[in-house]
Design a protein around this ligand. Structure first.
Ligand code: HEC
Length: 109
């Protein structure tokens, strides 16, 4: 009986995972990509966001995360693995990058 119960619980959990669509999986990664969420710098939908604003010689300077809704998969992959001045480097798998790509393009349309 105990075994059966474990089996039922496990299959419920595993089964639930398959209900997540590629877009939802991408959204989850976008908000929590094992590092700082993309959302903080690229906005809720990938259209860009203000990261910081400061004054330099009396002029307001803004640091913004760019709109990334239209980037190609190749560019996305490159951006995530190279070193940037502001943006962190991520350690995401190909599958995860593809899910992010899918999510961003869903938003970009
Ligand atoms: C701390 C802020 C920050 C975070 C967090 C961040 N980015 Fe960025 N991202 C930037 C900035 C600033 C740039 C543009 C300048 C540069 O290359 O550093 C950029 C550039 C990019 C570009 C290249 C855009 C282009 O047109 O060249 C892509 C793609 C991108 N980010 C995707 C992501 C994804 C996906 C995540 C989450 C896994 C993420 N970023 C997290 C700040 C951030």
């Amino acid at each position: 009986m105990k075994y059966l119960l474990t089996l039922v619980i496990c299959s419920t959990i595993l089964g639930a995972e398959s209900f997540i669509t590629e877009g939802e999986y991408g959204e989850m990664l976008y908000n929590n990509p094992r590092g700082i969420g993309c959302v903080h710098c690229h906005g809720k939908d990938g259209s860009g966001a203000l990261i910081a604003a400061y004054k330099e010689e009396g002029k307001r300077v803004e640091l913004r995360g760019p709109d990334i809704r239209k980037v190609s998969l190749k560019k996305l992959k490159k951006s995530l693995t190279k070193r940037h001045r502001v943006m962190p480097t991520y350690f995401l798998t190909d599958k995860e990058i593809k899910a992010l790509f899918y999510y961003l393009h869903q938003k970009g349309e």
